[in-house]
Ligand binder design. Structure first.
Ligand code: C2E
Ligand code: MG
Ligand code: MG
Length: 544
């Protein structure tokens, strides 16, 4: 029974469990038969004027020890998928049983095996069946680990279950405004309401204002939704006299219809709820199938990215930057490209954020820089009319303390001068934090020039711009486009202000001759955009 229990909590039964399952019962049945026929054969025991052990009696110890070892073997086989918590608990149970077994073997007259079994049961209880492990911190309902376990089980056993997720909109903003304590009390009231109102379902509070109701063979989720909608039109009590009013949005899922692994389903649910929580319209819905697709796509992009990084297969395209004074090319911007399995290009905005979030960006940035440096080494920059190349830098790259040294080393390796590389950082990434400023200053003092990318796309803060050693401001293409539509005099005066600060200006996203003229007129020094050229592969850039 301990063995069966241990195997069942492994939760990894799709893989080699089948083998363990096939062979382990053999031992059990063999011993059952030997024991049952013992009164006739005397193998295990026999009775005459009392109970006597038979010649095979000691094999019982071997059998019981074998099951403990089988369980340990199973843990070993699945160690990668198991949480440390599960590993420790199952190992502890088996070790207790093995010790008990051994003690009993050495001192057969002390009937202590039950004591050891009880100890193992206590471990089982504390580590797996203890309700605290699965209850929400806010009481009444279950928590996220419980939700994951339930969904995993439904998917594995192909047991249909329906999930109704709902999310408190703008949860984080509410939490900031009303404070943690009041919010927590409101959550407790919601939990209590769910537990009281829907006893036929399992209710969960997952995190960040995400809730879920799970049930099997539910008649109609619409009723439940209606009830929730009604209840949420009234405020929730929070604190001794506070009241909190919140709106909710819903996501529905059906494990049977959505034929996908449990963890992907849970992630997709979170992704949908994240999105729903941020839209301001209450009671909106969001398709889980879309989220699953998005997650599947993300996994695919990650695979391509890993492959490209390992095989140095990232491509770098170049887009010319024109000088308005001469009308000629003066520089270029390096833009990274990733290809999927079919050779189709994946957009940088899709994989750059992923690379930032999953820790690939430092390697990506270094490979791009190395390729740009190699290009500069292998080509005659004067003939190409390129005085420098702009390389985009993600703020996450600054987390590596030694970035100035590493960049300097790449440049040294290819014999490239720092003036030949300008680094672009986006306005959105200019969060106020000291490491960023320190690193930028470090790179600047070793000779790199800095450009502020996508100016006007975020919270433009002129004071902050002045605190950094920029030499160039790149006006975001959206701003350029807007100016072209309404000729708002703000942009020309902004350009003049920057010029007074001795900053040069680049206008991005120039798509037509008129745009180029208008931007030159208001004083931009450099222009970049499809009108001159799209970003092109390096050989094509040279040919052009
Ligand atoms: P960005 O640095 O602002 O790059 C300019 C983007 O505008 C490029 O998109 C370029 O193809 C596009 N563009 C240029 N001219 C025009 C035009 O006339 N019309 C329109 N509609 N678009 C134009 P891309 O290559 O898709 O890159 C997107 C963003 O990805 C870049 O924006 C940059 O922030 C990031 N990125 C690209 N390469 C790298 C890299 O190596 N490292 C890092 N950290 N980020 C990169
Ligand atoms: Mg850029
Ligand atoms: Mg830009």
């Amino acid at each position: 029974m301990f063995f069966v229990f241990s195997i069942s909590v492994l939760d990894a039964d799709n893989i080699p469990r089948s083998k363990l399952h096939r062979y382990t019962p053999v031992v059990f049945f063999a011993f059952t038969i030997i024991t049952v026929i013992s009164p006739f054969t005397g193998f295990m025991f026999y009775v005459d004027n009392g109970f006597h052990t038979g010649p095979m009696y000691y094999l019982l110890y071997a059998c019981s020890a074998a099951y403990a070892w089988f369980a340990l073997l199973a843990v070993h086989l699945h160690r990668k998928e198991l949480t440390p918590h599960k590993i420790i608990s199952i190992v502890a149970i088996q070790v207790i049983l093995l010790v008990g077994n051994y003690v009993r073997f050495l001192f057969p007259n002390w009937l202590v095996m039950n004591t050891f079994s009880l100890m193992a049961i206590i471990v089982v209880f504390l580590s797996f069946l203890n309700p605290d492990l699965y209850m929400s911190d806010h009481g009444y309902v279950y928590n996220l680990p419980a939700f994951k376990a339930l969904v995993a089980e439904c998917v594995r056993r192909r047991r249909p279950c329906r999930i109704l997720g709902f999310v408190l909109q703008n949860y984080n903003e509410h939490r900031e405004i009303f404070g943690g304590a009041q919010m927590d009390e409101a959550l407790t009231s919601i939990n209590k309401y769910l537990a009281d109102t829907f006893p036929q379902m399992s209710s969960f509070y997952l995190r960040n204002g995400f809730f879920a109701l799970v049930g099997q063979n539910l008649p109609d989720l619409e009723d439940i939704r209606e009830k929730l909608r009604m209840r949420f039109s009234f405020p929730w009590k929070s604190g001794s006299n506070g009241e909190l009013r919140m709106t909710v949005s819903f996501v529905e899922a059906d494990t049977e219809i959505l034929d996908c692994p449990a963890d992907r389903l849970v992630n997709a649910l979170f992704l949908s709820m994240d999105e729903l929580g941020r839209v301001s319209e209450p009671d909106s819905t969001c398709s889980l199938t879309d989220s699953i697709e998005q997650i599947t796509e993300r996994l695919e992009i990650r695979r391509c990215l890993e492959h490209a990084l390992d095989h140095d297969e990232l491509e770098v395209f170049l887009q010319p930057i024109m000088d308005t004074a001469t009308g000629k090319r003066i520089a270029a911007e390096a833009l990274v490209r990733l290809r999927d399995g079919q050779g189709k290009i994946i957009r940088p905005d899709l994989f750059i954020t992923l690379a930032e979030r999953e820790g690939y960006i430092t390697r990506l940035g270094e490979q791009v820089l190395a390729k740009v440096c190699r290009f500069i080494r292998d080509n005659d920059m004067d003939t190409l009319g390129v005085q420098w190349i702009n390389v985009n830098l993600s703020p996450v790259q600054f987390m590596a303390q030694d970035i100035p040294e590493r960049f300097a080393e790449v440049l040294r390796e290819y014999g490239v001068r720092t003036e030949q590389i300008h680094l672009e950082i986006t306005e959105q990434s200019m969060i106020d934090f000291s490491l960023l400023r320190e690193q930028i200053t470090g790179l600047h003092s070793s000779g790199f020039e800095f450009a502020l990318d996508d100016y006007g796309s975020g919270y433009s803060n002129l004071t902050r711009v002045r605190q950094y050693p920029f030499t160039n401001i790149k006006i975001d293409m959206e701003v350029v486009r807007n100016y072209f539509q309404d000729r708002d005099p703000l942009l020309p005066s902004l350009v003049q202000a920057f010029k007074k600060m001795c900053l040069s200006i680049t206008a991005e996203g120039i798509e037509t001759e008129e745009m180029a003229e208008a931007m030159t007129e208001i004083g931009c020094d450099y222009l970049q955009g499809f009108y001159f050229s799209r970003p092109v592969p390096m050989p094509e850039f040279v040919a052009m």
